[in-house]
Design a protein around this ligand. Structure first.
Ligand code: NDP
Length: 258
């Protein structure tokens, strides 16, 4: 496991947006960030799930979050600009952005892959985070130290049969993080890093491995140390790196020349 213990006030006064905050790893991260003092914007598509997370955070007495329903399949430029305007009005800045929401698509050979599903997966997993990051860039620049975290997978660095658009979308995510990290490194206070969560007990994992005993995998709560580290001030100066949540701390530098 990534070796980090967060102080209880790590994220005090920080404003952090989590996509896919209603379930799985995003839910755990949102609750954890609120516990550590952050004001968390819970963004996702299923309002009831977001409300449940909101209630859990409130009941625990953590910092009050905000709910922002948005379906990444359908959101357009103007929706992201509206999000930026609302956050600007409420907070004036954004200190953390966790791109966590993704869809799995089909597990089938490329020769059988449906182009409609392909487009959907690429849109939700790659194009939506690009559009959102672009719209929120001025708010990230307004933070004294902003952290952008993108979520990859082991199939995002090694092509694996039957992972289709999901695998390709994670390769693209790795590329987007590398490009953004280089573009922001010397010109802003924004750091950009990648997390590979590793096998984690969620709906997506069950969908990908229906025959597997879920109890074999770690829970989203178990893998939170790297999620904490990258959002807090202890990771200031860390950019362009890839972290495996379930391995000891071994940041891999991203290639600097292509
Ligand atoms: P889950 O499927 O459990 O959760 C995904 C979240 O994303 C849900 O809250 C879901 O909302 C949300 N989401 C999906 N589509 C949209 C959309 N169109 N608009 C808004 N929100 C959306 O996945 P995990 O928690 O397992 O995965 C989290 C991240 O970790 C993903 O990026 C995944 O690729 C990555 N990952 C996970 C691994 C694992 O073993 N679990 C391994 C490697 C990587 P809703 O619940 O409403 O559908």
């Amino acid at each position: 496991m990534f070796d980090y213990t967060a102080p209880d006030n790590l994220l005090a006064n920080r404003v952090i947006l989590v996509t896919g905050a209603g379930d799985g790893i995003g839910r755990a991260a949102a609750i954890e960030y609120a516990r550590l003092g952050a004001t968390v914007i819970l963004l996702g598509r299923t309002v009831e799930k977001l409300e449940t997370v909101y209630d859990e955070i409130e009941a625990a007495g953590h910092s009050q979050p905000a709910i922002y329903p948005l379906d990444l399949r359908a959101a357009k430029d103007e929706d992201y600009l509206e999000l930026a305007e609302i956050l600007e009005g409420e907070f004036g800045r954004l200190d953390g952005l966790l791109h966590n929401a993704s869809v799995l698509g089909q597990r089938t050979p490329l020769s059988n892959y449906e182009s409609r599903t392909w487009r959907l997966v690429m849109h939700v997993n790659v194009t939506a985070p690009f559009m959102m990051t672009q719209a929120l860039m001025p708010l990230l620049e307004a933070s004294a130290d902003a952290s952008v975290v993108l979520t990859s997978s082991s199939v995002g660095t090694q092509g694996k049969a039957y992972w289709g658009a999901y695998g390709v979308s994670k390769f693209a995510t790795e590329g987007m993080a590398q490009i953004l990290a280089e573009e922001t490194e010397n010109t802003s206070n924004i750091r950009v890093n990648i997390i590979n969560p590793g096998a984690t007990r969620t709906n997506m994992r069950a969908q990908a491995y229906p025959g597997e005993d879920p109890a074999l995998n770690l829970t989203p709560e178990d893998i939170m140390p790297v999620y904490q580290f990258l959002m807090g001030t202890d990771s200031k100066g860390t950019t362009g790196q890839r972290f495996n949540a379930q391995e000891m701390r071994k940041p891999e530098p991203l290639p600097s020349d292509s």
